[in-house]
Design a binder for this molecule. Structure first.
Ligand SMILES: [Zn+2]
Length: 299
């Protein structure tokens, strides 16, 4: 009797495993493998062709009609865009606004401010997969030029990578002259992208670094340097590498056609860095017809 009881105690217990466990585990492993495979293919494609394979997998966020009207009024080329392109920009603008903290100092934040600032941010990153600026968590808006105690001077724009903050003078954002050289927002957002390329290793950052290095090598040529100095850039461009790239970005956005004709090699490298062509993106159909330049048909 006692032996029988001991034998029963030593019998291993039958584990009861629910039948659904195996297919669920298999499903999870399969999805993880699929995501891994897509990432591998995506990286290979970006390395091979210097552009993202997938820029927008899901596009579902929409601006309100009033918000879209702000874009219509401030960006004349927008109404000439095809519906798909508009949807992508809108999705990105809404995502940018959701992930950014806007703070007014001496000024209250309006929808117009958020939309104009975010549209410029998303135009500059329109060719990238990673369109959100990982070094910008907060945008501080002042009514006009603000004082920087550390530098003992007044500034109209200031990007701080360590604080992940961009500070702007709204008066100077509004003085964007479509025919002028100045575009404060493009300038400041380019600073953020250049810093991002230094501290992250996404394929968008890799491409930025690769073509920036090519640009530096190109600038070693006397003939190229001479043409750059003759181009429509402000003297401020030659302050340091960051100001140079930001001024080039302003030129790229404000005068893409002139830039492409005066500095074709540099223009090509800017196109590669950002994976976009502002000539194609921001010229209205009317302007293209009026200009009717052969170089426009290249794209
Ligand atoms: Zn600057």
């Amino acid at each position: 009797m006692l032996i029988q009881l001991l034998l029963q105690l030593n019998e291993p217990e039958q584990d009861v495993v629910p039948q659904w466990i195996a297919p669920v585990m298999f499903g999870i492993v399969f999805i993880c493998f699929l995501v891994f495979l897509i990432r591998v293919v995506e990286h290979w494609y970006a390395w091979r062709f210097d552009r993202p394979l997938i820029r927008n997998l899901f596009v579902y966020k929409r601006l309100s009609p009033q918000q879209e009207l702000i874009i219509d009024e401030n960006f004349p080329f927008y109404k000439h865009w095809k519906s798909r392109k508009k949807k992508i920009l809108q999705h990105r603008i809404v995502s940018f606004i959701e992930s950014t903290d806007f703070e007014g100092r001496g000024i209250s934040i309006s929808d117009e401010m958020k939309i104009i600032i975010s549209t410029y941010a998303c135009l500059l990153t329109f060719g990238r997969k990673y369109f959100k600026y990982i070094l910008i968590d907060k945008i501080i808006i002042y009514p006009e030029a603000f004082y920087n105690g550390y530098k003992n001077s007044y500034h109209v724009g200031e990007f701080s990578p360590s604080k992940r903050t961009l500070a702007l003078s709204w008066a100077d954002v509004l003085t964007i002259d479509p025919k002028g050289k100045r575009n404060l927002l493009i300038h400041e957002f380019m600073h953020a992208l250049q810093w991002e390329a230094k501290v992250t290793d996404s394929f968008d950052s890799d491409r930025f670094r690769k073509y920036y290095q090519k640009m530096l090598r190109l600038l070693l040529k006397d003939s190229v340097r001479k043409n750059v100095k003759k181009a429509n850039l402000r003297a401020y461009a030659f302050t340091n590498e960051y100001e140079f790239m930001s001024e080039l970005a302003e030129y790229f956005y404000q005068h893409p056609l002139e830039f492409s004709l005066k500095l074709p090699e540099i223009y090509h490298l800017m196109r590669k860095i950002l994976n976009l062509d502002f000539k194609k993106l921001t010229y209205t159909e009317i302007q293209k017809d009026m200009l009717a330049l052969p170089s426009l048909s290249d794209y």
